[in-house]
Design a protein. Structure first.
Length: 234
């Protein structure tokens, strides 16, 4: 579904990523883990068209997308759920959700999609007229995920969904991510909670100082001494 090959990324003259490659298949959760500053968000922004690569290639559903604008990538079936949620604070829950359905491909069935989002997040239906800034952190994250789903994606790129949330809410968000995978949506997940992430992911890549240093099935990486020491404190 997604094939990232030999990416080099720069911020001005400073190189941020070196020769990064990864792939994602149909309906699987692939995790990207690493310390703050490793380049995870940079990679996600490059995949979704917000940053330009210096070299390498990105293919989505068999089509080169590394020269496309973000809106064109969304039209193909990818959504990016950003770190920090990035909601419109003075718009209602419903208005925030509908902002995710402005792609030509999904505008017509947006009411049906909205119903599906409300089924996934019943609390959002109850809060649909409430301003986004008045919601709890967990509810705001649900709006961010719901907005991403309004574009009816084949692949969701999700950046730090548990940031700033209580453990109980984090568990709920991770369960939702698993449900999306079970519904056939592929997930590229960046997350600081390494153990919980590897427990739900099918495969994972470890990014350190802009380079992929480990990759494999999540169960195998959970047993890696480097992962246990560096990221899980074991």
């Amino acid at each position: 579904m997604l094939e990232v090959s030999n990416l080099d990324i720069f911020y001005g003259r400073i190189q941020a990523l070196w020769d990064v490659s990864l792939n994602i298949g149909e309906a699987e959760i692939v995790a990207l883990v690493g310390a703050n500053g490793a380049g995870k968000t940079t990679l996600l922004k490059t995949i979704s068209g917000m940053l330009r690569l210096a070299s390498g290639s990105i293919e989505f559903l068999g089509k080169r997308i590394d020269g496309l604008q973000s809106h064109a990538i969304v039209e193909l079936g990818m959504s990016h759920i950003p770190e920090g949620r990035k909601l419109f604070p003075d718009m209602s829950v419903r208005e925030n959700l509908e902002m995710g359905a402005y792609s030509k491909r999904v505008w017509k069935p947006k009411q049906e999609t909205l119903h599906e989002v409300y089924e996934l997040f019943p609390i959002l239906k109850a809060r649909q007229r409430q301003l986004a800034r008045t919601l709890s952190g967990g509810e705001q994250q649900m709006v961010a995920i719901g907005r991403g789903l309004m574009s009816r994606p084949r692949l969701c790129v999700i950046d730090e969904p548990s940031s700033g949330l209580a453990p109980k809410v984090v568990d709920e968000i991770f369960q939702i991510i698993q449900r999306l995978r079970d519904q056939g949506i592929a997930i590229l997940l960046v997350e600081q909670n390494v153990q919980q992430t590897l427990e739900i992911a099918d495969r994972a890549y470890v990014l350190e100082n802009g380079r992929i240093i480990l990759a494999g099935e999540s169960k195998q990486l959970l047993a890696e001494e480097l992962i246990r020491k560096a990221y899980m404190g074991i």
